[in-house]
Design a protein around this ligand. Sequence first.
Ligand code: IMP
Ligand code: MG
Length: 190
Amino acid sequence: MVHLNTTDELMEIISPTTIADRVSELGAKITNDYHDRPLILIGILKGAFIFMADLARCIKLPLKIDFVRLSSYGSKTESSGGIAFSKDIELDIKGLDVLVVEDIIDTGYTINYLKEVLKLHEPASVGICCLIDKKDRRKVPVEADYIGFDISHGFLVGYGLDFDEQYRYLPGIYHLNPGYKPAGFKPSER
Ligand code: IMP
Ligand code: MG
């Protein structure tokens, strides 16, 4: 358990070496699946920045890199379903294979929205790779093609993931305040 200068407590649930091993496995699978086809990675800022940087170096294909900035979260830990699109893609993806790199798929609203918008650019394909899949929390049916870890419970920070812009820089993945039970807490909720 990490005690910080704040009242927050962080409990490591995935170590940096476990992350590195899994990212390397994902990179090998993606390399194999796309063979020698050029691939465009589209990272969702800001949460995916560290995952994307590590993953890109584990994929042995001619890659191009782009980013979008979407947001379904402010300083809260609950999704609203409302999405802001504040940075669009810059590369032309028409006729090309695209792999969206996301930190966490939770309700699915964000990735579902992005997938639909990207399809308007007529890419050859749109795949989804996420570091963490909160499968049990979906509100819209959307599935990732590549999943780092399946963890539906708790609020996670570190390795790019934030709470209110804090903790992105941490090298492992942590449960934020694991013992904290907000008023009206139900076991199915984080
Ligand atoms: P969705 O639209 O509900 O799928 O929300 C996905 C986004 O919510 C992710 O890109 C994350 O930025 C954020 N998110 C969901 N769960 C967590 C968490 O446990 N920690 C940090 N961010 C999260
Ligand atoms: Mg976020």
